[in-house]
Design a protein around this ligand. Structure first.
Ligand SMILES: Nc1ncnc2c1ncn2[C@@H]1O[C@H](COP(=O)(O)OP(=O)(O)OP(=O)(O)O)[C@@H](O)[C@H]1O
Length: 262
């Protein structure tokens, strides 16, 4: 989809580090990739390869020590409502607010709109994730999957340029996880939002992504990029996509098999 179109998000030669008391930890080394509008872009790699750190950098919470990240050709220097992060944790909602209030609060607190308009938009997105009947419930009365739907509705209601999802389904049981993946694809069919999705599950990457970035183990470096049509198709070499990905990820470090089919 890159023919002549400028990327929405351009990550160029990005090195990310943490300075701890005793060490300088390099999380990613000179990582580059481009995301285009309506991409479902997946960052896949073993535990500790810097996926979450990359997402935090796109979110504007961490500055690269080398390279730059541009959104609509403007260098990202701080967080902004054009990038919304959805986490894996179930406790990202405000427990004292209802579902509707949680979603609307994000809109009013960010100054996007006033109360009445925010409520209407909140209800629209709550409906999209199939939770209309629970709009007046408090988070503690919902299952993990339902809470995660609310977090997604809240992120989407902000109508960001790009939705950042950090292993959003990793804490769910396998059945709910599969269902949520299908729902996300359904939502994408409806709205064609741009999403940057982090996972260490090859199966999830193949299902959810249209483009998949493969990162090596710590420090994360780009091993390749691969397209997916959502199915684990057999390629010309007679192997399913997931197997090719596994090979690409681990060909140089067979010992480090923390990415999985989970
Ligand atoms: N706040 C921090 N301070 C110091 N080092 C950190 C910090 N956060 C992450 N790291 C280190 O940076 C590296 C990348 O971590 P990161 O969480 O981005 O990896 P990840 O690919 O998202 O891993 P996982 O799949 O396990 O969540 C790891 O070596 C980690 O120990």
């Amino acid at each position: 989809m890159s023919n002549g179109v400028a990327p929405l998000l351009a990550v160029k030669g990005v090195t990310l580090q943490y300075q701890t008391r005793d060490h300088l930890v390099t999380a990613t080394y000179r990582v580059s990739f481009d995301i285009y509008r309506s991409d479902r872009y997946v960052i896949l790699g073993p535990s500790g390869c810097g996926k979450s750190t990359l997402l935090k950098a796109v979110g504007g919470f961490i500055r690269p020590v080398e390279g730059e990240i541009r959104l609509n050709d403007t260098v990202i220097t701080k967080p902004g409502p054009d990038r919304v992060l959805v986490f894996q944790e179930f406790d990202q909602l405000l427990p004292w607010k209802t579902v509707k209030q949680n979603v609307a609060f994000a809109l009013t607190a960010s100054g996007k709109m006033g109360g009445r308009e925010a409520e209407q938009r909140a209800l629209h997105y709550i409906n999209m994730v199939g939770l209309s009947k629970f709009a007046d419930n408090h988070p503690h009365t919902l299952s993990g999957g339902m809470k995660q739907r609310v977090a997604i509705a809240r992120g989407m209601a902000m109508e960001p340029e790009i939705l950042l999802m950090d292993e959003p389904f990793a804490a769910l049981d396998a059945l709910t996880r599969a269902k949520m993946q299908e729902e996300l694809l359904q939502l994408w069919d409806d709205t064609k939002f741009t999403v940057l999705f982090v996972t260490h599950s090859i199966t999830e990457a193949v299902r959810v992504g249209n483009r998949i970035l493969l990162l090596s183990a710590h420090p994360g470096q780009v091993k390749g990029e691969i397209n997916s049509n959502g199915t684990d198709d057999i390629g010309a070499d007679g192997r399913p996509l997931s197997e090719r990905i596994e090979h690409l990820l681990f060909e140089q470090n067979i010992g480090e098999r923390s990415a999985s089919h989970g």
